[in-house]
Design a protein around this ligand. Structure first.
Ligand code: GLN
Length: 204
């Protein structure tokens, strides 16, 4: 018998429950037997078939993932081929160059970013963007970073001239927050990678 997919959401701070809810909805919608766990210890990642790093405060998430051994374990699993998605602060954590000594990126995406590039919380906004393979999507930008150099990653979406979503093999990164919408298409896309790209988005 096939084991159900276990997707782990790094569970220290930020949009943890929002990702958990979106993943459960996605599993239901795709009729996949899936389990969702909040990971706070490296052991919580054992047998994970996908990992999500949520939006939040990257300096905090960095510190705690380091302290509890998740940082190195996520890096190891990602490099062995496990799909990983990082949203906003999560993207910062998986990038190659954060330009901030307080947050060292795991280097899973060959990208360079600038933290808080749009300004302060008050400068947050929602805007539709066009994502390759997904279509128009309501992107929530909250004190978002900017991908200043996508390096070897494939650009999946831009806002004006700024790169806002990239993919490099099994890793995807977004500067915005799909977990704060009721649109599951980006989570469906991620689960399609977990499933070996068997599914395509079925719309909302
Ligand atoms: N500004 C945050 C950081 O650098 C990210 C913002 C977010 O995840 N909404 O950690």
């Amino acid at each position: 018998m096939l084991l159900p997919h276990k997707v782990a959401v790094v569970g220290f701070q930020g949009d943890v429950s929002e990702h958990v809810t979106m993943l459960k909805r996605t599993f239901r919608k795709l009729e996949i037997d899936g389990e969702v766990v909040q990971a706070r210890r490296a052991e919580d990642l054992s047998n994970a078939s996908g990992i999500i790093l949520p939006g939040g405060e990257s300096t905090t998430i960095y510190k705690l993932t380091k302290q509890f051994g998740l940082y190195d374990e996520i890096r190891r699993l990602a490099m062995s081929g496990i799909p990983v998605m990082g949203t906003c602060a999560g993207l910062i954590l998986i990038s190659r160059e954060t330009n901030d000594d307080r947050v060292k990126g795991m280097g899973l995406l060959d990208i360079e970013i600038e933290r808080n590039a749009y300004g302060r919380q008050i400068d947050s906004f929602i805007e539709y963007i066009d994502i390759i393979g997904i279509g128009m999507f309501p992107a929530v930008f909250i004190r978002a970073p900017v991908i200043s150099n996508p390096g070897a990653a494939k650009v999946m979406a831009k806002r004006k001239t700024e790169v806002v979503m990239v993919r490099q093999d099994n890793i995807i990164g977004l500067t915005f927050h799909p977990e704060l919408t009721d649109d599951t298409r980006i989570h469906e896309y991620f689960i399609s990678i977990v499933e070996g790209e068997r599914y395509i988005s079925t719309g909302r």
